[in-house]
Design a protein around this ligand. Sequence first.
Ligand code: 1HN
Length: 348
Amino acid sequence: MEGSVPTHTTEREAFYREIAPGNLAPLWEVLHSLVTPEPVTPVQPVMWKYQDVRPFIERAGRLITAAEAERRVLVLENPGLKGRSSITHSLFAGMQLILPGEIARAHRHAASALRFILEGKGAYTAVDGERTYMNPGDFIITPSWTFHDHGNTTATPMVWLDGLDVPLVNLLDTSFQERTAAESQEETRHPGDSMARFGAGLMPVDWKPKTRTSPVFTYPYEHTRAALDTMKREQDWDACHGLKLKFINPATGEHAMPTIGTFMQLLPKEFSTAPYRSTDSTVYVCVEGRGLTHVGDQFFTWGPRDIFVVPSWYRHFHHADEESVLFSFSDRPVQEKLDLWREDRGNH
Ligand code: 1HN
């Protein structure tokens, strides 16, 4: 398997040319790059500092309306995947701006989306007739094929990170999308309804899930931060992760979304994680604190709202200069379901 490419001879080259018009090709010429001993990814380690991107977001706000753009999003495109609107092989990420008074019209698509709120307070996103008012650090889900629209009724801009499984959906040729006739969907439930039904360790007694996505579509930072704060008192730090939680679907105990795994981790001040790698290329967002991540041959020094990528199977470690909180997401649930996910904790 790890052998080299067979020798090229004029006879062989002639043979390859002869079979090509019949849509045939020799496997032995490409086998070594098709089946590699370990992951070989075009995804590159990369970071976007919020302070560098923010002025461009503001300019986009003057250049085009949310109405004309449908979604005013600057794509975070991995330099290893140019022209493919992807941050990793399977995932899209972008920064969305919605200005005071604007709405982003209702639509739905096969792709699942997450919103991770970076800046602003109090604009809403509506999913299936229920509005959620957004605050920094909140993680919000738009499940596959649910109508959603966003609106900013506050006096300040709102910026969030969108994470979608669009590249995966398109790899599988399973994309559908449609709009509603009305720009905004009617409110059919009160804000907080899904949290009350499913987010308090309870659920309606005869409720049966219809999809694999969490029925709690909002995970307020307040709750997440309080959980980390309480847990950190025990000081049982994982060598590779500090204190790391995954967002779950309370109805199943599985990941909150079927295609995108989402996590929040706390690193205490001056903690260095042990080197770690896993097969799911991961997008990180610093929520609080300051620190650095070593990945590949790079050091990323991060602070609040900075975003960086750790590609599949790249060994990396984090160091926190201050107590830090990192949100992250990847296609780990897909890999797990297909029995493909692997990690390497060194000896930890
Ligand atoms: C989308 O529908 C939204 O609904 C955001 O806010 C980003 C990126 C690619 C495709 C669809 C949204 C998107 C998107």
